[in-house]
Structure formats: C-alpha cells, structure tokens
Design a protein around this ligand. Structure first.
Ligand code: HMG
Ligand code: MG
Length: 299
C-alpha cells in the first residue's frame, strides 16, 4: 500500500541555489524560503555552512539564516560538513543539521577533499555534538546508485556507509541519487538490503535527481516500500557543483502533482508553490524545467 501522508523535505534553497551560475541576492533567497513556507512546506533546507570558497553561492549563510529562522512551524535544516560548520550553525540558533557522506571515494574526494573514511571521521564529532545540543541530525549519502567517475555503485557498499552514519547517531538518512541514474528496481533492491541490514524504512528519505527522467518512478517505488519522506526542489532547481553530470532535483511541483493524484496528503498548496517557482524563474532569468510548473504556471 501507499502512505496516507508524505513529508516533503524541500531542498531548492540549498541544493537548487548552490548550483546557480550567478549568486542570488540574500533577500531573494529569504523571500524564496518565506514563499515556500507560505505554500505549506514544513521542512525547508535553508542553506549550507560549508567553506565559502567551495560553494560561493551559499557564502551568505550568516546573513540569510537570521532572516528566515523565526518562520512559524517550519523546520529549517542546514548542511554542515565539519565542526567549523556546526559552530557557525549553532551560533545562529539552527535546530537541525545535515552531514553529507559519499558512498564512493571519487565523490568524497571531489566534494569534501577527503576519503570516505576521513569524511566519516570528520562527521563523527559533528553528529555527537549536535545530538548533545538536542539537534535533529540528517545524514545524506551521495552516489547511492551510480557515480560519474566509478559507474554503478554496489548496493552492499551503500548499505555499509548507511550503517556507519546510523551508528554515529544520525536520526534520518537521505539516499542520494546525485546524478539521477537510478531506476525503480535498483531503488527496491537498495531499500530491501538496508532493511535486511537492520536499517528501518521509517528512518529513510529518498533524494532523487531527474537527469534520466526517472525521479518520479523511483519515488513511487520508494513509497510502495514504505518511505514517507521525499526530498524535492521547487521548480526542479538544482544539481551539485562537484558532480558535473548532476542536473536538477525532482521538482516539488511534479512530486505534489503525483502525490495528490494518488490521494496522498502533503499540506502543500500547489498553486502557491507553482507561483513561487514562476517568480523565482523570473529572478533567475530562465524558465523552470518542471513539467508541472510549465503546465500550471502559464509559462
Ligand atoms: P578543506 O579545504 O579540506 O578544508 O575543505 P580544511 O578542513 O582543510 O580547512 C581549510 C580552511 O577552511 C580552514 O581555514 C578552515 O577553518 C576553513 P584556515 O585555518 O586555513 O584559515 N573551513 C571553513 N570555513 C567556513 N566554514 C566551514 C569550514 N570548514 C573549513 N564549514 C570542506 C573541506 C569540507 C570544508 C570543503 O570540502 C567543503 O566545504 N565542501 C562542501 C562541498 C558542498 O557543499 N557540496 C555540496 C553539498 S553535497 C550535495 O549537494 C549532495 C546532496 O544534495 C545529496 C545528493 O544529491 O547526493 C546533499
Ligand atoms: Mg542533491
């Protein structure tokens, strides 16, 4: 069966805007987050406290976060790669953080300048301290299906890193198809093997990119397996600056269209959300790649 309700983890302001060529003004980002909240999204990934030279698009995190942190009833997770990032997030009152690991050595090197083991060692004190501060901690795992340098990624390798993130104390794991190559059978295999390794479905989220047009099919496979948290990006913004073959995330509008059609509640007002993506596309100077935004947005 399918769940009655899905929690959408909105990543447009982070995964989307981190990949823009130009730097979006802080006030436009804040307005974007406010409009997403107004459209009914309750988990909005706001920004990253990473090295500003690595992701200049999000170098304004200190100015942005205070503009949005008081939004009523909204969870505002932020990415933190290391203790320096955690310190910055704690100083601003962040209540939720995410670390971001890789299943492959190539991407760990490209994204974090570390081996897989070194990256996990970097995260361990971050997770411990975040938990001590009462924060909710998400562990992302990238390249769960395929890697641009290494090709298909073995399921057992993904399972092994997931278990280490869980043992570290992550509350939730988000399974990233960073370059969008997954297909539904592969998703089912990974979820099944994670369960067999003792990782409960209730602690899992899925994070699909739509490079090969498979994101919705993969999401449906995950829902049928019992997953109830789905990452998506308003208007299909996104990619990853350190994985060149990654294109946009699953568009939140496309996801909401499917979920509402299935009778699954999201709390999202699709009209308001589409209007937000049309507005942001105007600010960015190019149309949204989302089919649903194009169909409903009059663009
Ligand atoms: P590094 O160069 O190895 O850094 O980068 P380091 O630890 O050697 O430190 C060097 C200097 O940077 C030091 O300063 C640190 O203080 C400073 P110095 O002492 O030389 O003056 N520094 C920082 N400054 C501010 N904030 C910080 C910070 N950390 C160190 N947090 C590092 C290592 C992890 C920092 C770097 O590689 C980095 O920032 N990477 C982030 C890359 C990123 O954000 N990628 C995108 C997110 S992942 C993604 O999109 C995938 C996802 O969507 C899921 C999916 O689709 O698969 C989540
Ligand atoms: Mg991503």
């Amino acid at each position: 069966g399918l769940p009655a309700r899905v929690r959408i983890h909105e990543v447009g302001a982070r995964d989307g805007l981190q990949n823009e060529q130009g730097v979006v003004p802080t006030e436009v980002k804040a307005e974007f987050v406010r409009r997403l909240a107004d459209a009914g999204l309750t988990t909005i990934e706001a920004t990253s406290f990473v090295h500003p030279k690595w992701v200049p698009q999000l170098a304004d995190a200190e100015r942005l976060f205070p503009l949005v942190r008081d939004l009523e009833g909204v969870r505002l997770p932020v990415l933190v790669p290391n203790e320096r990032g955690l310190d910055r997030a704690l100083a601003l009152g962040a209540r939720e953080v995410a670390v971001f690991a890789s299943a492959t050595e190539s991407f760990a090197r490209a994204n974090l300048n570390r081996t897989v083991d070194e990256a996990l060692a970097m995260f361990a004190p971050v997770v411990t301290r975040a938990v001590e501060h009462g924060l909710t901690v998400r562990g992302y795992l990238s390249m769960c299906f395929g890697d641009p340098w290494e090709g298909p990624v073995p399921v057992d390798r993904v399972v092994a890193v997931c278990r280490r993130l869980r043992d570290m104390g992550c509350d939730e794991l988000s399974l990233g198809d960073t370059i969008g190559v997954a297909t539904p059978g592969h998703v089912r295999r990974l979820l099944t093997e994670l369960n067999e390794a003792g990782v409960p479905t209730g602690t899992l989220a899925v994070h699909f990119h739509d490079t090969y047009g498979q994101a919705l099919a993969n999401t449906l496979a995950a829902l049928q397996h019992g997953v109830t948290t789905v990452d998506a990006s308003a208007g299909g913004l996104g990619g990853c600056p350190y994985a060149k073959s990654a294109t946009g995330n699953l568009a939140t509008e496309d996801l909401v269209w499917m979920l509402h059609g299935l009778g699954i509640e999201t709390g999202v007002d699709l009209g308001r959300l589409t209007a937000t993506s049309v507005w942001l596309a105007g600010e960015l100077g190019r149309p949204s790649p989302s089919r649903t935004v194009r169909a409903l947005g009059g663009a």
